[in-house]
Design a binder for this molecule. Sequence first.
Ligand code: BG6
Length: 476
Amino acid sequence: MINYKFPENFLWGGAMTASQCEGAWNQGGKGISLPDLLVNRSGDLKSKINVEMTTQEVLNALNDKISYFPRRKGIDFYHSYPEDIKLLKELGIKCFRTSINWARIFPDGDNEHPNEEGLQFYENVIDEFIKNGIEPVITLSHYEMPVNLPLKYKGWYSRELIPIFVRYCETVMRRFKGKVHYWIPVNEINLIMQESFLHLGVPSDQVENVMEAKYRALHNEILAVCQVTKLAKEIDPENKIGAMITSQTAYPKTCNPKDAFAALQHNQREYYFLDVLTRGKYPGYMFRFFEERNFDIGYKDSDEEILKYGRADFIGLSYYFSRTVDEKSITNLRSPGINNEYLEENAWGWTIDPLGLRFLLNELYDRYQLPIFLLEFGLGAHDVVEEGKIHDDYRINYMREHLQQLKEAVHDGIPIIGALMWAPIDIVSNSSSEMSKRYGVIYVDIDDEGHGTGKRIKKDSFYWFQKVISTNGEKL
Ligand code: BG6
């Protein structure tokens, strides 16, 4: 029997990440983390910071006493989490995904001992979620790392990062054993072009070929994730590991076979992360891709044994938009997408494509036959406060249309674990480090310069989502 209602135990929830919400950047023994180096970039989306940074740019940011760095303040979740979790409980969510800031646990990454204050902070947060009947999902690396690691090791470019990361994950997984069951070792592991500095930490002046360096860094990260996957099961057989990508899946621009093949090749390059992390080996097409570009990713024969540990339990997906490519555009590795005349875009140029979500869920299930967890979806928008209220029907419509397609995917027979909206409380945007790109159903009174009371206000979408959850998706 095909079940076309959401399953009874469906995990409705929300997702955020440490570096976009916590603030308290220099408190609790925390080291400096890469996102702490980013200034507000609204209106400057073409800048390459985030994507690539040089050693000098890192040092400049470390010494900058004048500019405003929004991640350093976030929405002060570090202090406000008990009240915020109360609001999330009122919303009715069953599950919440957040990340652990690596630099709170190992301030320099390679310290001999973990920082107990950091561990205790996350223990308190996790306990607070559990106390409120909310299942925590923990991301171990979400576009951040202690700044010492890029400066001393060139980030993931160095194989020395592998044991450093594994030790950090082991420390955390042992500490929260029995409290956390869903782990995401790396957020959106396929996003290596747009967020490469935050993700991989390779200073662009330290390597000869930046593109080759990204794939080499990725290979090291993949090896670390495979070891973490194995370790997670040893620590607690109940642990479930998710291999997560963000949707970069592309449609062909036309039905010209050359465009269709271009889309296939483009998508293979996005899926190879999942191929390795669920099947335990690289697909042949990627070896060909590296060979044809003369990329040396530092692959050793002995890596094969480690890659075999790559057996994730589920696929994690974040979905915001779809892409379109053609034969010519895919040769631009950095930015292969082209305009799709059938789709509208949001104010940041992200296409709005609810059917694309169903398309992708089907494609991923056909390919991997593993349960899928929708770990992020949502709409970034400029909200306006009118007499203390936020009437965000655009967000309600967006979420409704996406959840309708999710329900269709359940009807298609795909086992979907849950759906987590990004981000139930407004937080600092990742790509532009601004507050004005808001996703929440709860408004936060802070502006792009960090001014405001920090007060939380429920938007219209809060009440709508609350109803969706309480009816298990019957009322969309
Ligand atoms: C996802 C990231 O790719 O997109 C989040 O995991 C991010 O960290 C989200 O916030 C939305 O992107 P942005 O740039 O609008 O904040």
